[in-house]
Design a protein around this ligand. Sequence first.
Ligand code: ZN
Length: 156
Amino acid sequence: MNREKFMQEAVNAALKGMQNNEGGPFGCVIVKDGKIVGKGNNKVTSTNDPTAHAEVTAIRDACKNLNSFQLEGCEIYTSCEPCPMCLGAIYWARPDKVYYGSSQTDAANIGFDDAFIYKEIPLPYAQRSIPFEQLLTEIALKPFQEWIKKVDKTTY
Ligand SMILES: [Zn+2]
């Protein structure tokens, strides 16, 4: 068991998913204690799910298999550097480390350009290509007020 073998598994997942017309050429495996505990490949076009990126599907699989909403002690091997959505998902899942194969630039070169999302993040909301506008804040704060008071909550 070594890092190269796990990255090869992530690449194999990318190739298999792509060849089966499940989605784009991206794969991911999640490893804990030297064993693969979760696996995923891009399934955006076959499931009509824009969030079905390899990393997200692998995180869902690993969390289900581990019966946990955190990936402590896990390492993520992804065939390509994560997009901003997957980066966020990875931070929420809290694995120990991420290994990536190809880069954001390599992905952009074949038409998967995530760089524009990174450029949108620091923009004022009204200047984003998808405008964001705040609405009904006081009403929307109610769940937060209830959360603070909730005694049987599971924090994360
Ligand atoms: Zn992604």
